[in-house]
Design a protein around this ligand. Structure first.
Ligand code: 13P
Ligand code: SF4
Length: 311
């Protein structure tokens, strides 16, 4: 990046020149969220990608989000600021092992969380996000046999609220598994009026003490409509930016992780994206996301099925 340039101004110029849109997830840094054309949860990012008329999509999030956009728009250029922005949850489900698991359990409908590689989506019947997982599971007959992967926490939460008995893949997110029950209860004592809200990727003991459980978009909607004034938020702390913008009179406290010496409630993958990298991505149109054509053709079906059910 040339010294002394105004990054915001250059990014604005480049996106206009190239008919590019910048889509950002709620876990991005505040400055990336503020410059994006659209900020949303995983479902909204996929919905947006499916309908945009832009020539170039820059997905500021993690790799599977870029891949999902590319699967939906194979003829568009999909760029990400850093190809190393992976996801520990997606990595906990290698496609070859998942394929064996599916083969070992014939007669099951395969539901995959969107936090998966394109190759895992190609083995899937319906993709879900945390916004629509309940709705999609409930849209299937009660006696349907279901495999749910890869997040065991989201899967067991959905089992508990729907009364289903889905067979779960044993995967998890390293950020959401880190929240400390003890420290959250301690915070609750200091702020007795505060609501605890969490993402369903959190462990069961965090879900059980939470007043509200939802996706990033769900959490944001909840704090806007709640009469509560203080919230202890158990998810990646990037989402607090939108919460504070939407509710300047309310207080948002990031839930503490077990290890207080690290910023473990920040997703190190999400935070690889920076304004400098975003500028370079727009300028050089790199790095680009590619998905093998055979995989793309299989993976688009379960994503489209999700979009149709949640429309
Ligand atoms: P949302 O779909 O709720 O935005 O979650 C994405 C994610 O990566 C959670 O860790
Ligand atoms: Fe993946 Fe967890 Fe990061 Fe979300 S917070 S992108 S699930 S590693």
């Amino acid at each position: 990046v040339p010294a002394g340039i105004d990054l915001k101004e250059e990014i604005n110029k480049l996106r206009k020149e190239k008919n590019a849109v910048i889509l950002a997830h709620y876990y991005q840094t505040a400055e990336i969220q503020d410059i994006a054309d659209f900020v949303g949860d995983s479902l909204a990012l996929a919905q947006w990608a499916a309908k945009t008329t832009a020539d170039i999509l820059v997905l500021c999030g993690v790799h599977f989000m870029g891949e999902t956009a590319k699967i939906l728009c194979p003829n568009k250029k999909v760029l990400v600021p850093d190809l190393n922005a992976g996801c520990s949850l997606a990595d906990s489900c290698p496609a070859s092992e998942f394929e064996t698991f599916v083969k070992e359990h014939p007669g099951h409908t395969v539901i995959s969380y969107v936090n998966t590689s394109a190759a895992v989506k190609a083995l899937t019947d319906i993709v879900v996000t945390s916004t629509n997982a309940r709705q999609i599971v409930e849209s299937l007959p009660v006696d349907e046999k279901i495999i749910f992967g890869p997040d065991r926490n989201l899967g067991s939460y959905i089992n508990s609220i729907t009364g289903r008995n889905m067979l779960l893949w044993n995967g998890a997110c390293h950020v959401h598994e880190q929240f400390s029950l003890e420290k959250i209860l301690e915070l609750k004592k200091q702020h007795p009026g505060a609501e605890v809200i969490c993402h369903p990727e959190c462990r069961k003991y965090i879900v059980e003490i939470s007043d509200y459980v939802g996706s990033t978009a769900g959490l944001l909607k909840h704090v806007i409509k709640s009469s509560g004034k203080q919230f202890i938020v158990a998810t990646e702390s990037g989402v607090l930016h939108e919460m504070r913008k939407a509710c300047p009179d309310k207080e948002f406290i990031p839930a503490p992780p077990n290890d207080s010496t690290c910023a473990c409630n920040e997703c190190n993958f999400m935070r690889l994206n920076t304004m400098e990298k975003l500028y370079n991505t727009l300028k050089y149109e790199l790095p680009e996301i590619f998905v093998d054509e055979a995989i793309q053709q299989k993976a688009i079906r379960p994503i489209q099925r999700m979009l149709d059910i949640s429309a």
